[in-house]
Design a protein around this ligand. Sequence first.
Ligand SMILES: [Zn+2]
Length: 433
Amino acid sequence: MERFATNRFSVFILSPRPRYLEERPLDREEDFCGDNISTISRPWLWKHWFNICSESHEKCRALDHKSEKFLPDRLLEILTGDGGKSFNWKLVHSAGLHDIMYATLSHCWGASQHAKLERENYLFRMEPTSSFWLPKTFRDAFYIAFKLGFRFIWIDSLCIVQDDNDDWLTQASMMGSIYENASCNIAATWARDGDNGCFSTREMNESTTISLDFPPGETKDYQFDDCRRYHNELTKAPLNTRGWVIQERYLARRQLSFAQSQVYWECRELTASEQYPKGIPKDLIDDNPLLLPPGKPTLDYLDTIERRSGWIRLVNHYSLCKFSKISDKMIALAGLARQMSLMQDDTYLAGLWKKDLQDQLCWRTDDKAETDVLRIPSYLAPTWSWASIDGPVISDLSYHWKNLASRSLIKFWMYRSIRNTNSTYTVSLHPAW
Ligand SMILES: [Zn+2]
Protein backbone atom coordinates (compact mmCIF):
# COMPACT_ATOMS: atom_id res chain seq x y z
CA MET A 1 0.00 0.00 0.00
CA GLU A 2 1.17 3.49 -0.77
CA ARG A 3 0.30 6.55 1.26
CA PHE A 4 0.36 9.55 -0.96
CA ALA A 5 -1.98 12.23 0.22
CA THR A 6 -2.91 13.60 3.59
CA ASN A 7 -5.03 16.37 4.96
CA ARG A 8 -5.96 17.36 8.48
CA PHE A 9 -8.61 14.70 8.90
CA SER A 10 -7.77 11.87 6.57
CA VAL A 11 -4.96 9.83 5.14
CA PHE A 12 -5.69 8.30 1.75
CA ILE A 13 -4.27 5.02 0.56
CA LEU A 14 -3.97 3.54 -2.91
CA SER A 15 -4.01 -0.23 -2.73
CA PRO A 16 -4.59 -3.20 -5.04
CA ARG A 17 -8.29 -3.97 -5.14
CA PRO A 18 -8.94 -7.29 -3.35
CA ARG A 19 -9.73 -9.99 -5.90
CA TYR A 20 -12.81 -11.21 -4.07
CA LEU A 21 -14.43 -7.82 -4.59
CA GLU A 22 -14.27 -8.49 -8.34
CA GLU A 23 -16.11 -11.73 -7.79
CA ARG A 24 -18.55 -10.16 -5.29
CA PRO A 25 -19.34 -13.56 -3.72
CA LEU A 26 -20.93 -11.88 -0.73
CA ASP A 27 -23.14 -9.48 -2.65
CA ARG A 28 -26.53 -10.11 -4.14
CA GLU A 29 -28.29 -8.58 -7.10
CA GLU A 30 -30.99 -7.02 -4.97
CA ASP A 31 -28.41 -4.96 -3.05
CA PHE A 32 -27.89 -2.66 -5.99
CA CYS A 33 -31.28 -1.27 -6.77
CA GLY A 34 -30.45 2.45 -6.93
CA ASP A 35 -27.88 5.14 -6.27
CA ASN A 36 -28.91 5.50 -2.65
CA ILE A 37 -29.52 2.60 -0.40
CA SER A 38 -30.32 2.22 3.28
CA THR A 39 -28.06 0.38 5.72
CA ILE A 40 -31.07 -1.87 6.41
CA SER A 41 -30.46 -3.57 3.06
CA ARG A 42 -28.20 -6.51 3.90
CA PRO A 43 -29.59 -8.48 6.87
CA TRP A 44 -28.25 -11.67 5.30
CA LEU A 45 -24.72 -10.25 5.66
CA TRP A 46 -25.26 -9.47 9.38
CA LYS A 47 -26.39 -13.06 9.84
CA HIS A 48 -23.47 -14.36 7.77
CA TRP A 49 -20.96 -12.55 10.03
CA PHE A 50 -22.75 -13.78 13.15
CA ASN A 51 -22.80 -17.37 11.93
CA ILE A 52 -19.14 -17.61 10.90
CA CYS A 53 -18.12 -16.00 14.19
CA SER A 54 -20.30 -18.32 16.31
CA GLU A 55 -19.37 -21.43 14.38
CA SER A 56 -15.73 -21.04 13.37
CA HIS A 57 -13.94 -18.34 15.38
CA GLU A 58 -12.03 -20.15 18.09
CA LYS A 59 -11.53 -17.12 20.36
CA CYS A 60 -15.15 -16.01 20.07
CA ARG A 61 -16.51 -19.52 20.59
CA ALA A 62 -14.40 -19.83 23.75
CA LEU A 63 -16.24 -16.81 25.16
CA ASP A 64 -19.60 -18.39 24.26
CA HIS A 65 -18.72 -21.62 26.02
CA LYS A 66 -17.11 -20.36 29.22
CA SER A 67 -18.32 -22.15 32.33
CA GLU A 68 -19.76 -19.11 34.11
CA LYS A 69 -23.28 -18.51 32.78
CA PHE A 70 -24.81 -15.10 33.28
CA LEU A 71 -28.16 -13.64 32.38
CA PRO A 72 -29.40 -10.13 33.19
CA ASP A 73 -32.20 -10.06 35.77
CA ARG A 74 -34.63 -8.78 33.15
CA LEU A 75 -34.88 -9.08 29.37
CA LEU A 76 -37.28 -7.99 26.65
CA GLU A 77 -38.93 -10.79 24.69
CA ILE A 78 -39.44 -9.95 21.02
CA LEU A 79 -42.67 -11.31 19.58
CA THR A 80 -43.73 -11.35 15.94
CA GLY A 81 -46.47 -13.16 14.10
CA ASP A 82 -45.77 -11.85 10.61
CA GLY A 83 -42.13 -12.70 9.95
CA GLY A 84 -40.67 -9.48 11.35
CA LYS A 85 -42.94 -6.93 9.66
CA SER A 86 -44.20 -5.79 13.08
CA PHE A 87 -43.31 -6.59 16.66
CA ASN A 88 -44.84 -6.92 20.06
CA TRP A 89 -42.68 -7.13 23.12
CA LYS A 90 -42.83 -7.73 26.87
CA LEU A 91 -40.59 -7.57 29.90
CA VAL A 92 -39.56 -10.97 31.29
CA HIS A 93 -37.61 -12.11 34.33
CA SER A 94 -34.68 -14.32 33.46
CA ALA A 95 -35.06 -16.57 36.52
CA GLY A 96 -37.06 -19.15 34.58
CA LEU A 97 -34.94 -19.01 31.42
CA HIS A 98 -32.14 -21.46 30.63
CA ASP A 99 -29.74 -21.85 27.71
CA ILE A 100 -30.91 -18.78 25.90
CA MET A 101 -28.96 -16.18 23.97
CA TYR A 102 -29.66 -12.48 24.17
CA ALA A 103 -28.53 -9.35 22.35
CA THR A 104 -27.86 -5.90 23.84
CA LEU A 105 -28.34 -2.41 22.44
CA SER A 106 -25.81 0.45 22.65
CA HIS A 107 -27.52 3.76 21.94
CA CYS A 108 -27.50 7.47 22.71
CA TRP A 109 -30.38 8.61 24.86
CA GLY A 110 -30.01 12.13 23.48
CA ALA A 111 -32.89 14.57 23.69
CA SER A 112 -35.65 12.22 22.56
CA GLN A 113 -38.30 11.11 25.01
CA HIS A 114 -37.46 7.62 26.11
CA ALA A 115 -39.78 4.78 26.85
CA LYS A 116 -38.93 3.83 30.41
CA LEU A 117 -39.53 1.07 32.86
CA GLU A 118 -40.90 2.65 36.04
CA ARG A 119 -42.46 1.35 39.24
CA GLU A 120 -45.87 2.52 38.10
CA ASN A 121 -45.84 0.67 34.75
CA TYR A 122 -43.80 -2.39 35.79
CA LEU A 123 -46.68 -4.91 35.68
CA PHE A 124 -48.08 -3.40 32.48
CA ARG A 125 -44.66 -3.90 30.79
CA MET A 126 -44.89 -7.62 31.46
CA GLU A 127 -47.89 -7.88 29.11
CA PRO A 128 -47.32 -8.10 25.34
CA THR A 129 -47.42 -4.61 23.86
CA SER A 130 -46.99 -3.21 20.37
CA SER A 131 -43.57 -1.74 19.61
CA PHE A 132 -45.29 0.95 17.55
CA TRP A 133 -44.93 3.64 20.24
CA LEU A 134 -41.29 2.87 21.06
CA PRO A 135 -38.43 5.12 19.81
CA LYS A 136 -37.32 4.22 16.29
CA THR A 137 -33.90 3.05 17.50
CA PHE A 138 -35.58 0.43 19.72
CA ARG A 139 -37.87 -0.76 16.91
CA ASP A 140 -34.90 -1.04 14.55
CA ALA A 141 -32.97 -2.96 17.21
CA PHE A 142 -35.87 -5.45 17.47
CA TYR A 143 -35.72 -5.95 13.70
CA ILE A 144 -31.94 -6.48 13.70
CA ALA A 145 -32.10 -8.87 16.67
CA PHE A 146 -34.90 -10.82 14.96
CA LYS A 147 -32.87 -11.07 11.72
CA LEU A 148 -29.89 -12.37 13.70
CA GLY A 149 -32.10 -15.02 15.28
CA PHE A 150 -32.54 -13.54 18.79
CA ARG A 151 -35.74 -13.76 20.81
CA PHE A 152 -34.43 -11.68 23.70
CA ILE A 153 -32.75 -8.29 23.91
CA TRP A 154 -31.58 -6.08 26.80
CA ILE A 155 -32.17 -2.32 26.56
CA ASP A 156 -31.18 -0.21 29.57
CA SER A 157 -34.18 2.13 29.80
CA LEU A 158 -36.67 -0.77 29.60
CA CYS A 159 -34.79 -3.25 31.81
CA ILE A 160 -33.76 -0.97 34.70
CA VAL A 161 -36.45 0.65 36.85
CA GLN A 162 -35.65 4.26 36.12
CA ASP A 163 -37.32 5.80 39.17
CA ASP A 164 -35.87 3.31 41.67
CA ASN A 165 -32.41 4.38 42.80
CA ASP A 166 -31.63 1.06 44.50
CA ASP A 167 -32.52 -0.87 41.35
CA TRP A 168 -30.44 1.50 39.22
CA LEU A 169 -27.39 1.01 41.46
CA THR A 170 -27.78 -2.79 41.43
CA GLN A 171 -28.23 -3.01 37.67
CA ALA A 172 -25.58 -0.40 36.83
CA SER A 173 -23.00 -2.40 38.79
CA MET A 174 -23.83 -5.41 36.57
CA MET A 175 -23.72 -3.43 33.32
CA GLY A 176 -20.27 -4.75 32.37
CA SER A 177 -21.39 -8.37 32.80
CA ILE A 178 -24.59 -7.72 30.85
CA TYR A 179 -22.66 -6.54 27.77
CA GLU A 180 -19.82 -9.04 28.23
CA ASN A 181 -22.20 -12.00 28.23
CA ALA A 182 -24.49 -10.93 25.39
CA SER A 183 -24.06 -12.96 22.22
CA CYS A 184 -24.08 -9.79 20.13
CA ASN A 185 -24.17 -6.07 20.81
CA ILE A 186 -26.18 -3.95 18.36
CA ALA A 187 -24.77 -0.42 18.19
CA ALA A 188 -26.84 2.50 16.89
CA THR A 189 -23.53 4.18 16.09
CA TRP A 190 -24.49 7.18 13.97
CA ALA A 191 -27.75 8.03 15.78
CA ARG A 192 -27.70 11.03 18.12
CA ASP A 193 -30.92 10.03 19.86
CA GLY A 194 -33.69 7.48 19.90
CA ASP A 195 -35.61 9.13 17.06
CA ASN A 196 -32.83 8.65 14.47
CA GLY A 197 -33.07 4.86 14.43
CA CYS A 198 -30.23 2.50 13.54
CA PHE A 199 -30.40 2.80 9.76
CA SER A 200 -29.17 5.59 7.52
CA THR A 201 -29.36 6.33 3.79
CA ARG A 202 -25.96 6.40 2.15
CA GLU A 203 -24.35 6.82 -1.24
CA MET A 204 -23.28 3.53 -2.79
CA ASN A 205 -19.92 4.93 -3.92
CA GLU A 206 -17.95 3.11 -1.27
CA SER A 207 -14.51 3.67 -2.80
CA THR A 208 -12.94 4.89 -6.02
CA THR A 209 -11.40 2.28 -8.28
CA ILE A 210 -8.80 3.13 -10.93
CA SER A 211 -6.79 0.98 -13.35
CA LEU A 212 -3.05 1.55 -13.42
CA ASP A 213 -0.26 0.12 -15.56
CA PHE A 214 1.75 -0.81 -12.47
CA PRO A 215 4.06 -2.61 -12.24
CA PRO A 216 4.82 -1.58 -15.85
CA GLY A 217 3.22 -3.97 -18.31
CA GLU A 218 0.74 -5.29 -15.75
CA THR A 219 -2.54 -3.41 -15.57
CA LYS A 220 -4.32 -3.83 -12.23
CA ASP A 221 -7.30 -2.30 -10.47
CA TYR A 222 -6.40 -0.14 -7.48
CA GLN A 223 -8.71 1.51 -5.05
CA PHE A 224 -8.45 4.80 -3.29
CA ASP A 225 -9.50 4.67 0.36
CA ASP A 226 -9.61 6.93 3.37
CA CYS A 227 -7.67 4.99 5.99
CA ARG A 228 -9.33 6.95 8.79
CA ARG A 229 -12.83 5.99 7.68
CA TYR A 230 -13.12 3.15 10.20
CA HIS A 231 -11.88 5.35 13.03
CA ASN A 232 -13.99 8.34 12.00
CA GLU A 233 -17.15 6.30 11.48
CA LEU A 234 -16.90 4.28 14.68
CA THR A 235 -14.67 5.77 17.36
CA LYS A 236 -15.61 9.37 16.56
CA ALA A 237 -19.29 8.65 15.92
CA PRO A 238 -21.91 10.22 18.22
CA LEU A 239 -22.46 6.97 20.09
CA ASN A 240 -18.80 6.42 20.93
CA THR A 241 -18.36 9.88 22.43
CA ARG A 242 -20.60 8.80 25.32
CA GLY A 243 -18.81 7.56 28.43
CA TRP A 244 -21.17 4.67 29.22
CA VAL A 245 -20.71 3.20 25.76
CA ILE A 246 -16.94 2.69 25.91
CA GLN A 247 -17.11 -0.42 28.08
CA GLU A 248 -20.04 -1.73 26.05
CA ARG A 249 -17.86 -1.85 22.91
CA TYR A 250 -14.75 -3.07 24.73
CA LEU A 251 -16.56 -5.88 26.55
CA ALA A 252 -18.88 -7.07 23.77
CA ARG A 253 -18.04 -10.50 22.35
CA ARG A 254 -19.15 -9.30 18.95
CA GLN A 255 -20.62 -6.02 17.80
CA LEU A 256 -22.69 -5.01 14.79
CA SER A 257 -22.33 -1.24 14.36
CA PHE A 258 -24.76 0.78 12.25
CA ALA A 259 -22.65 3.73 11.12
CA GLN A 260 -23.47 6.57 8.77
CA SER A 261 -22.27 4.98 5.52
CA GLN A 262 -22.28 1.27 6.22
CA VAL A 263 -22.57 -1.54 8.74
CA TYR A 264 -19.45 -2.81 10.53
CA TRP A 265 -18.73 -6.12 12.23
CA GLU A 266 -16.23 -6.42 15.10
CA CYS A 267 -15.20 -9.51 17.04
CA ARG A 268 -11.94 -11.03 18.31
CA GLU A 269 -11.09 -12.51 14.90
CA LEU A 270 -12.76 -10.32 12.27
CA THR A 271 -13.19 -6.62 11.60
CA ALA A 272 -15.37 -6.28 8.51
CA SER A 273 -17.65 -3.85 6.75
CA GLU A 274 -20.08 -3.95 3.87
CA GLN A 275 -17.27 -2.60 1.71
CA TYR A 276 -14.88 -5.29 2.94
CA PRO A 277 -17.17 -8.14 4.07
CA LYS A 278 -14.30 -10.62 4.46
CA GLY A 279 -12.18 -8.27 6.57
CA ILE A 280 -10.98 -4.67 6.36
CA PRO A 281 -7.29 -4.48 5.32
CA LYS A 282 -5.10 -3.75 8.34
CA ASP A 283 -3.74 -0.50 6.87
CA LEU A 284 -7.28 0.85 6.85
CA ILE A 285 -7.93 0.21 10.54
CA ASP A 286 -4.67 0.83 12.36
CA ASP A 287 -4.40 4.58 11.79
CA ASN A 288 -5.92 6.57 14.63
CA PRO A 289 -4.65 9.34 16.88
CA LEU A 290 -5.70 7.47 20.03
CA LEU A 291 -3.22 4.66 19.26
CA LEU A 292 -6.00 2.12 19.67
CA PRO A 293 -5.08 -1.32 18.32
CA PRO A 294 -6.54 -2.29 14.93
CA GLY A 295 -10.07 -3.61 15.08
CA LYS A 296 -12.33 -4.11 18.02
CA PRO A 297 -10.88 -2.51 21.17
CA THR A 298 -10.41 -4.90 24.09
CA LEU A 299 -8.35 -5.31 27.26
CA ASP A 300 -8.24 -9.09 27.41
CA TYR A 301 -4.63 -9.43 26.31
CA LEU A 302 -2.57 -12.30 27.66
CA ASP A 303 0.53 -10.12 27.43
CA THR A 304 0.93 -7.95 30.56
CA ILE A 305 2.59 -5.05 28.74
CA GLU A 306 -0.11 -5.01 26.06
CA ARG A 307 -2.76 -5.00 28.77
CA ARG A 308 -1.16 -2.16 30.72
CA SER A 309 -0.63 -0.11 27.55
CA GLY A 310 -4.25 -0.88 26.66
CA TRP A 311 -5.38 0.64 29.95
CA ILE A 312 -3.39 3.83 29.26
CA ARG A 313 -4.98 4.14 25.81
CA LEU A 314 -8.39 3.45 27.32
CA VAL A 315 -7.93 6.26 29.88
CA ASN A 316 -6.97 8.74 27.15
CA HIS A 317 -9.98 7.69 25.08
CA TYR A 318 -12.40 7.57 28.00
CA SER A 319 -11.46 11.03 29.24
CA LEU A 320 -12.65 12.48 25.90
CA CYS A 321 -16.15 11.14 26.45
CA LYS A 322 -19.21 12.96 27.68
CA PHE A 323 -21.57 12.09 30.52
CA SER A 324 -25.11 13.27 31.15
CA LYS A 325 -24.22 12.94 34.83
CA ILE A 326 -20.51 13.32 35.56
CA SER A 327 -21.09 11.36 38.78
CA ASP A 328 -21.37 8.24 36.54
CA LYS A 329 -17.73 8.54 35.48
CA MET A 330 -16.37 5.82 37.78
CA ILE A 331 -19.29 3.39 37.67
CA ALA A 332 -19.39 3.47 33.85
CA LEU A 333 -15.84 2.09 33.86
CA ALA A 334 -16.47 -0.52 36.56
CA GLY A 335 -17.01 -3.40 34.13
CA LEU A 336 -13.60 -2.90 32.51
CA ALA A 337 -11.91 -2.49 35.90
CA ARG A 338 -13.49 -5.78 36.97
CA GLN A 339 -12.26 -7.50 33.80
CA MET A 340 -8.71 -6.22 34.42
CA SER A 341 -8.78 -7.35 38.05
CA LEU A 342 -9.76 -10.88 36.98
CA MET A 343 -6.82 -11.03 34.58
CA GLN A 344 -4.10 -9.81 36.91
CA ASP A 345 -3.09 -9.81 40.56
CA ASP A 346 -3.24 -6.08 41.14
CA THR A 347 -5.19 -3.47 43.12
CA TYR A 348 -7.48 -0.93 41.46
CA LEU A 349 -7.01 2.59 42.81
CA ALA A 350 -9.61 5.06 41.53
CA GLY A 351 -8.84 4.54 37.83
CA LEU A 352 -5.18 3.46 38.20
CA TRP A 353 -3.43 0.16 38.98
CA LYS A 354 -1.17 -0.15 42.01
CA LYS A 355 1.69 -2.10 40.42
CA ASP A 356 1.89 0.47 37.66
CA LEU A 357 1.22 3.48 39.84
CA GLN A 358 4.41 5.47 39.27
CA ASP A 359 3.84 5.40 35.50
CA GLN A 360 0.08 5.84 35.56
CA LEU A 361 0.37 8.91 37.78
CA CYS A 362 2.09 10.66 34.86
CA TRP A 363 -1.04 12.17 33.32
CA ARG A 364 -1.81 15.78 32.53
CA THR A 365 -4.79 17.70 31.25
CA ASP A 366 -4.90 18.30 27.50
CA ASP A 367 -4.06 22.00 27.03
CA LYS A 368 -5.19 21.79 23.38
CA ALA A 369 -8.62 20.45 24.28
CA GLU A 370 -11.55 22.05 22.49
CA THR A 371 -13.73 21.72 25.59
CA ASP A 372 -13.25 23.03 29.11
CA VAL A 373 -11.12 20.87 31.36
CA LEU A 374 -12.26 21.26 34.95
CA ARG A 375 -11.76 19.64 38.31
CA ILE A 376 -15.00 17.82 39.17
CA PRO A 377 -16.45 19.90 42.04
CA SER A 378 -17.98 17.04 44.04
CA TYR A 379 -15.70 14.24 45.20
CA LEU A 380 -15.43 11.40 42.70
CA ALA A 381 -11.78 10.37 43.00
CA PRO A 382 -8.60 11.66 44.72
CA THR A 383 -6.92 14.62 43.03
CA TRP A 384 -4.01 12.41 41.95
CA SER A 385 -6.40 10.38 39.78
CA TRP A 386 -7.27 11.41 36.22
CA ALA A 387 -10.85 10.51 37.19
CA SER A 388 -11.05 13.70 39.28
CA ILE A 389 -11.01 15.72 36.03
CA ASP A 390 -13.95 16.44 33.74
CA GLY A 391 -12.31 16.67 30.31
CA PRO A 392 -9.52 15.17 28.21
CA VAL A 393 -6.33 14.01 29.90
CA ILE A 394 -3.17 12.67 28.31
CA SER A 395 -1.21 9.93 30.00
CA ASP A 396 2.53 9.83 29.61
CA LEU A 397 3.03 8.27 26.20
CA SER A 398 6.76 7.85 26.75
CA TYR A 399 5.74 5.07 29.14
CA HIS A 400 3.87 3.39 26.30
CA TRP A 401 6.62 3.91 23.77
CA LYS A 402 9.30 2.91 26.26
CA ASN A 403 7.73 -0.52 26.60
CA LEU A 404 7.21 -0.95 22.88
CA ALA A 405 10.71 0.31 22.06
CA SER A 406 12.43 -1.96 24.55
CA ARG A 407 10.58 -4.97 23.18
CA SER A 408 11.49 -3.99 19.62
CA LEU A 409 15.17 -3.74 20.54
CA ILE A 410 15.11 -7.17 22.14
CA LYS A 411 13.42 -8.67 19.10
CA PHE A 412 15.93 -7.01 16.79
CA TRP A 413 18.90 -8.29 18.81
CA MET A 414 17.56 -11.86 18.79
CA TYR A 415 16.97 -11.68 15.05
CA ARG A 416 20.51 -10.49 14.36
CA SER A 417 21.99 -13.21 16.54
CA ILE A 418 20.16 -15.99 14.78
CA ARG A 419 20.87 -14.60 11.31
CA ASN A 420 24.62 -14.28 11.95
CA THR A 421 25.34 -17.70 13.32
CA ASN A 422 22.62 -20.01 12.08
CA SER A 423 22.75 -21.69 15.51
CA THR A 424 20.46 -22.14 18.44
CA TYR A 425 21.09 -19.60 21.19
CA THR A 426 20.21 -19.20 24.79
CA VAL A 427 19.13 -15.61 24.95
CA SER A 428 19.38 -13.54 28.13
CA LEU A 429 17.33 -10.37 28.12
CA HIS A 430 18.42 -7.13 29.70
CA PRO A 431 16.34 -4.03 30.29
CA ALA A 432 16.86 -1.76 27.32
CA TRP A 433 15.96 1.37 29.26
ZN1 LIG B 1 -15.64 -13.81 15.93
